[in-house]
Design a protein around this ligand. Structure first.
Ligand code: NAD
Length: 411
């Protein structure tokens, strides 16, 4: 099954379980617009290499399309379509006035020099410039894209349009209108969601162990903040594998080690652990924070955690979802759990447009309010209608999108 098909199964499940408007469901099965671009880049040796890039604009009933740009060798149209669709759902769940979009380039950025990466970033934004803009479509960082890359893109967009418009892209460095708190926002938002689950389950943070797959921007900040909140983070990983320590892992030391050695191999811990085994550890919380389809029909039966906090997009296939639900394992779905990133992107966009800049404490407070409201909107519907959190999140989002479509007379 392709990732986009998985996303459509999730939509179908929600439509059946919650009796959603069939017209809106039909509309949401299709992206509104797909742009595919070829991006020629002059490499350091003078040769020209052409990269494939995409921007998918799924739905903009509630506001401008919104969603990250990914640089990854496995990025393809199917993946970007799924991610754009999930963004439309996510923005509606966390109730920010955006639709859903996503983009990406099929490239391994680790194989590029800094100059090549900058030329690729600038060329890609030039290629999609005709379809983006602060009122139209607002990109942001995703896998392997950073605030520095966002800065190059904003600058290139200013050259193309003749006007510096920071609100065209979020996740920028602070110096050019980025929001305080944005870098940690997705991880922090994930922690707020986990905290609400924990309170409802009447558990104490100090009694809960956590394993995090993918210690990148999202996974690192989540793990660091979870540890500070009293949870015990006992396993972490990156694309090369992971480490496990029963006494807990010091995240700052792990980050420094990864910076020095490129990965976690050899980081002092009780033992090394594969990415596959990490998800099967006897911990309370597993946190896929790297990539799609890591919990499948094959390994879902071996998951021992009480809760899966999905910080990556699309880590669980529909078959795995079914198995996890049958085992009584709660999945806090991506469209809720990782929506903190887009929530603070929304604050960044507002700050750019109004010229009033908030303190980090203000941003974090507002993030908490949105996340807690979204959690209870979803959890309340799940309890009322006996739905999983994912199905409830989809049902809530589709209803909100339907309301906007109807108000605009789209049907
Ligand atoms: P990132 O590039 O900063 O980090 C990705 C991490 O995952 C790296 O440590 C990498 O080594 C690791 N990794 C890659 N493939 C792996 C694999 N197969 N197994 C284990 N680890 C692997 O990316 P990020 O921004 O942290 O994004 C991670 C996930 O979170 C993605 O699914 C992304 O779509 C999602 N997400 C990101 C944001 C955001 O604000 N950055 C917001 C919402 C969702």
């Amino acid at each position: 099954m392709t990732i986009f098909k998985n996303a459509l199964v999730q939509l179908k499940n929600a439509a059946e379980a919650a009796g959603l408007d069939p017209v809106v469901v039909e509309v949401l099965k299709h992206p509104k617009r797909i742009l595919q671009v070829s991006v020629p880049v002059v490499m350091d040796d003078g040769a020209v290499k052409v990269f494939e890039g995409y921007r998918v604009q799924h739905n903009d009933a509630r506001g401008p399309f919104k969603g990250g740009l990914r640089f990854h060798p496995k990025t393809d149209l199917d993946e970007v379509k799924a991610l754009a669709f999930w963004m439309a759902i996510k923005c509606a769940v966390v109730n920010v006035p955006f639709g859903g979009g996503k983009g990406g380039v099929a490239v391994d950025p680790k194989k590029l020099s800094s100059g090549e990466l900058e030329r690729l970033s600038r060329a890609f934004i030039r290629a999609i410039a005709p379809v983006i803009g602060p009122d139209v479509d607002v990109p942001a960082p995703d896998m392997n894209t950073t605030p520095e890359i966002m800065a190059w893109m904003v600058d290139e967009y200013a050259r193309v349009t003749g006007k510096f418009q920071p609100a065209v892209i979020t996740g920028k460095p602070i110096a050019i209108g980025g929001s305080l708190g944005r870098t940690a926002a997705t991880g922090r938002g994930g922690l707020f969601a986990l905290e609400e689950w924990r309170r409802r389950a009447n558990l104490k943070a100090k009694d809960l162990t956590i394993a995090v797959q993918g210690i990148g921007n999202v996974g690192f900040w989540f793990a660091k903040l979870a540890r500070e909140a009293g949870y015990k983070v006992v396993a972490i990983s990156d694309s090369k594998g992971g480490v496990y320590a029963t006494a807990g892992i010091n995240l700052d030391k792990a980050l420094a080690y990864k910076k020095e050695h490129g990965n976690l191999k050899g980081f002092p811990a009780d033992k090394e652990i594969s990415n596959e085994r990490l998800l099967e550890l006897p911990v309370d919380v597993i946190v896929p924070a790297a990539t799609e389809n890591v919990l499948t029909d094959k390994n879902a039966g071996r998951v021992k955690a009480r809760v899966v906090l999905e910080l990556a997009n699309g880590p669980t296939t529909p078959e795995a979802d079914f198995k996890l639900a049958k085992k009584g394992i709660t999945v806090i779905p991506d469209v809720l759990a990782n929506s903190g990133g887009v929530a603070v992107s929304y604050f960044e966009w507002v700050q750019n447009r109004t010229g009033y800049y908030m303190t980090e404490a203000e941003v974090n407070d507002k993030l908490k309010k949105l996340m807690v409201e979204a959690f209870y909107d979803v959890a309340g519907l799940a309890t009322d209608k006996s739905l999983t959190l994912r199905t409830a999140a989809f049902a809530l989002a589709v209803r909100r999108i339907a309301e906007a479509q109807q108000a605009r007379g789209w049907r």
